[in-house]
Ligand binder design. Structure first.
Ligand code: SF4
Length: 234
């Protein structure tokens, strides 16, 4: 726990008031971008999913360390994972409560909820003047399409929900392993409309009675090998 954890400590009995149920998240939106059938199966047939590869797990561990190193630069911080664990339906409500107090603070894994979409931002900085800065940490040195999908969704939710969003930044691997911070605000602003359309489309797909009929193809491997591949190829 960091210094500012004493800014707010929710009581166990208050947590149920923070409940918000989402239809989409960053990871499910990215699934929808890759393949509509994957999006559907992930919700309705999760048991058919194969575990991720060892290589993906290793990359995930490196990514977590990179994120932790970046976060260590922030004082007065609250790490919501340490408070809520995997109770994802409570993150946005608790974040809203924390942001109601005007003290500057940094929230790690801050939940932001808009239009049935929940995103957890790596660092949400609340400034003295009431404005916000978001930092999303990516363990990569390139803005690959999948990174842009993820950022576009997060920006859409943050821009609509946090009325005074000063900037939205991506933190990547720079020279000599240093952090490279790019302000993505203007670029992502241009994608707001297309993201809104896709969100509505994905919500409809999730409500269908059957999975969309999609044949095996190049989408099964890009950007990630699909965890439903063994099921689909039968
Ligand atoms: S295996 Fe291919 S077709 Fe099947 S859900 Fe995955 S990406 Fe879609």
């Amino acid at each position: 726990m960091n210094k500012a954890d004493n800014l707010y400590k929710p009581k166990k009995e208050d947590l149920k008031e923070y409940r918000k149920v989402h239809s989409l998240s960053k990871s499910t939106y990215v699934k929808g971008k890759q393949c509509a059938k994957m999006l559907y199966l992930n919700k309705h047939k999760p048991k058919l999913k194969k575990a991720v590869s060892k290589q993906t797990e290793v990359l995930f561990t490196f990514g977590k360390k990179f994120e932790t190193d970046f976060r260590s630069k922030f004082e007065e911080s609250i790490h919501l994972t340490e408070v809520l664990g995997n109770q994802f339906h409570l993150y946005a409500g608790l974040t809203e409560e924390l942001l109601e107090t005007p003290e500057p603070k940094n929230i790690f894994e801050a939940g932001v909820f808009y239009n049935e979409v929940l995103v957890l931002t790596d660092v949400l900085q609340q400034n003295e003047d009431g404005s916000y800065i978001v930092y999303e940490v990516k363990y990569t040195n390139k803005l690959k399409p999948v990174v842009m999908w993820d950022l576009a969704l997060q920006y859409y939710v943050c821009k609509n929900k946090l009325k005074n969003l000063q900037s939205f930044n991506v933190v990547m691997i720079g020279k000599k392993g240093k952090f490279k911070i790019n302000n993505m605000t203007h670029l992502l602003e241009k994608q707001m409309e297309s993201v809104a359309v896709e969100i509505e489309e994905y919500k409809k797909i999730l409500k269908q009675e059957k999975a969309p009929e999609i044949k095996i193809g190049s989408q099964c491997f890009r950007p990630y090998k699909c965890q439903f591949f063994d099921y689909c190829r039968l």
